[in-house]
Ligand binder design. Sequence first.
Ligand SMILES: Nc1ncnc2c1ncn2[C@@H]1O[C@H](COP(=O)(O)OP(=O)(O)O)[C@@H](O)[C@H]1O
Ligand SMILES: N[C@@H](CCC(=O)OP(=O)(O)O)C(=O)O
Length: 369
Amino acid sequence: MSEVRRRLAGAERLVVKVGSSALTTAGSGLDVERLDSLVDAVVGRVRRGTQIVLVSSGAIGAGLAPLSISARPRDLATQQAAASVGQLALAHAYAESFGRYALTVGQVLLTSDDVVRRAHYRNAQRTFSRLLTLGAVPVVNENDTVATEEIRFGDNDRLASLVAHLIGAEGLILLSDVDALYDGDPRAGGTRRIAEVRSESDLAGLAVGRSSSGLGTGGMMSKVAAARTAAAAGIPALIASAGEAPCALGDAAVGTAFTHAATRMSARRFWLGYAAGSHGRLHLDDGAVAAVVGRRRSLLAAGVTGVDGDFQAGDVVDLVDPSQAVVARGVVAYDVTELPDLIGRSTRDLPPDQRREVVHADDLAPLPH
Ligand SMILES: Nc1ncnc2c1ncn2[C@@H]1O[C@H](COP(=O)(O)OP(=O)(O)O)[C@@H](O)[C@H]1O
Ligand SMILES: N[C@@H](CCC(=O)OP(=O)(O)O)C(=O)O
């Protein structure tokens, strides 16, 4: 068995995320039998002494039938109305289901502000920590009813990877209706299962698509992105099917395992790289990319070829290479209006009050390609 699977099997704190497609069916809504099976598996692991935070989708799917809506709505207002009805049903079902084992659940509904703003982040951290020490199982979802288009996470895979870092989890398990990552959409047939993702090169050439059930949001694409985010931050991740939850939460010998980076990323780097929203883009030349990503140097005006967006000094921006790939994120030291006069010029040619770095090395987080 691979080291990453051993880690997942032995983790003392886990985030388990389950998708809408594993819990709900179009037309009939929440499938309580499947939810009970998932809870059986989670409780099995909790009884081995593991602290588990459950991130559960399904609110929108569970709210459709009670509102006589036949297909997943596209507009935000109807999705929010469905989530409002469905979240209640979901929370009730979890309370009943864990109640079979005399376990208490705590509902945690998060908006992106709760992980993007540092003070909120720490507050959420305290709540999770207290719930876990009190022996409750936190059940998390996005606070869909109040999230506007601008501040939505939109997909719970990403939310789960952020929560995994936030609670200091030792593993992230993403459960869906598909048993693993394949090299192409398994609906097409003739595709090969990927058992291990050890580095970015294992993902090269894969065709990763969207949801098949019409109930899920991000499809396999958002699961891979979430697993990569966790792995880059030092947290091993597994993509498996909810039907195989007992095994995924047992010896982790199923699904696709993502090997984690050797060192755990600091909270600040993680926040910069994955949680904070970006306000704009700085375009870098090849020399600047090598300095910033390769040698972890500060970004100087000389290596910037262009800027776009609407940002002020202190905002988080994306740093993009000449092929337009985002290679890093950082806190910019100038307003967007100041930069056009400075970029491309060497530091000694700049006025003394504008010789500071465009992004200081301490405020930079390189991203995996
Ligand atoms: N390369 C791929 N490997 C596996 N599944 C894929 C791939 N590309 C697309 N998919 C689809 O992604 C779906 C899972 O995403 P989704 O329905 O959003 O799940 P969830 O609701 O659990 O978040 C699978 O049912 C599968 O059809
Ligand atoms: N917050 C939404 C789920 C959004 C989402 O990411 O869904 P999924 O792709 O099924 O994990 C809900 O509860 O319906």
